[in-house]
Design a protein around this ligand. Structure first.
Ligand SMILES: [Zn+2]
Length: 141
């Protein structure tokens, strides 16, 4: 059982054939990234074809779940009823992801405590039995 950070009314992501492996891993609380098995380039969001070499072959290596805040913004207007405010949306430079950055929320810290360059770690928010969303909190290790 993970912590909940946002209300049920928050818009939820939809999986499709291309993103399904990401969401299946997420449901198991594993952060993965799509990687071209022909040239090794990682990509986020997932795509059916590698933009580097046009190969359709890919695998999904697991990441350590750590990163660094590349940039962020603080949101003061809600997009869903019951949303806690203010909330932070950040671009996270993911460790071990070949330079990829992920947009997510930073939780577990007041907005004024958050800074560019801060080390963060993934924390999973279970929205249902088969949907978990990666959020990030200040690193504890
Ligand atoms: Zn490639």
């Amino acid at each position: 059982m993970s912590e909940r950070f946002f209300p049920d009314g928050m818009p939820q992501p939809l999986a499709d054939a291309t993103t399904l492996p990401f969401w299946q891993a997420a449901a198991q609380h594993r952060l993965v990234v799509q990687r071209c098995t022909a040239c090794g380039r990682t990509r986020l969001p997932p795509a059916p074809i590698c933009p580097e070499c046009r190969s359709a072959d890919a695998d999904w290596p697991e990441l350590p779940g750590r990163g660094e805040i590349y940039t962020y913004t603080t949101v003061h207007r809600p997009i869903a009823a019951g949303q806690p405010l203010p909330t932070v949306i950040a671009v996270i430079a993911l460790e071990g992801a070949g330079g990829l950055r992920m947009i997510s929320n930073v939780v577990g810290a007041a907005p004024e405590e958050i800074a560019i360059g801060m080390r963060v770690e993934v924390v999973w928010e279970d929205m249902s039995a088969d949907l978990a969303i990666p959020r990030f909190r200040p690193a504890r290790r």
